[in-house]
Design a protein around this ligand. Structure first.
Ligand code: SAM
Length: 255
């Protein structure tokens, strides 16, 4: 179970977060029952998440202003596999991220000029990512076109906005066996996995996502994983290989 802990000036913010997420709030000095495994807390204006047994290491936050992420933003070339897969060079500009997660892919693409609309259905992840986005905006980063994030599943979004189409639709669902490798091997990503679980319905979304793409659907996979849907259902048109991931591109036939 998850809760919010807070102290001092951050107490009001912590209480508000707990109320939005319908989870218990623990003010400083209140005993935390053993069933609470994860705790959100605010420190120096940023939202952190930790696990009380520290099985996953130190608490972490989403930080789009970190040196590591800044380095990715600054150094990614036109050959970056996500950028290429998304078709920016081909003139694609509108982008639906069906799986915002911690938002690093969306922020990267927005910083390169995509107009990003994103969906995140897990309310904990949503709060975590929105907190980072607010800090990014306050810090002067990405003031021109920040991603617009919808709290809910992409299917709900499409139901609410049935006429919307995007040049590129992107989907990066949790992959069940990704435990020991890639970014998910990081301790913080293991907390994320414990919080979100597996996106077991990912395959079923394929036709819906494809129907919303004007130019292409891009699906991120671990490099050694099969495509999301069998090749006999729909063949991947182009594959872009990253370090430990692959971007499968399905082009939309406009004829
Ligand atoms: C692997 S993470 C995405 C990571 C992201 N690309 C990044 O750069 O941080 C997958 C996220 O997509 C969300 N998700 C999966 N299926 C979804 C759906 N159908 N609608 C909305 N969000 C979804 C999950 O809750 C999870 O937070």
């Amino acid at each position: 179970m998850i809760g919010v802990g807070s102290k001092g000036k951050a107490t009001r913010e912590g209480m508000n977060l707990a109320a939005r997420l319908h989870i218990p709030h623990f003010a400083q000095g209140t005993p935390i029952p053993p069933e609470i495994q994860f705790l959100f807390f605010y420190e120096e204006g940023a939202l952190f998440l930790g696990d009380l047994e520290e099985k996953f290491g130190k608490p972490f936050l989403v930080d789009y202003l970190s040196d590591e992420f800044y380095h990715r933003l600054e150094t990614a070339s036109k050959k970056d596999p996500l950028l290429k897969a998304s078709g920016f060079e081909k003139g694609n500009r509108t982008f639906l991220d069906a799986s915002y997660g911690l938002g690093y892919d969306s922020i990267f693409l927005a910083s390169r000029g995509f107009g990003v609309t994103a969906c995140e259905r897990n309310p904990y992840v949503y709060e975590f990512a929105v907190d980072a986005l607010v800090r990014l905006k306050d810090g002067g980063g990405i003031s021109r076109n920040p991603p617009q994030i919808f709290l809910g599943s992409v299917a709900e979004y499409i139901k609410e906005y049935p006429a919307e189409r995007f040049d590129t639709v992107y989907f990066d669902p949790m992959y069940p066996e990704a435990g020991g490798r890639s970014a998910l091997a990081k301790k913080e990503m293991r907390i994320f996995r414990a919080l979100v679980g597996d996106d077991i319905d990912a395959k079923e979304l394929f036709p819906l996502l494809l129907s919303r793409a004007k130019n292409r659907l891009v699906i991120k996979r671990p490099d050694d994983a099969p495509s999301l849907v069998p090749e006999s259902t729909r063949k991947v048109d182009i594959k872009f290989e990253g370090k430990s991931v692959r971007f499968d591109v399905y082009l939309v036939d406009l004829n």
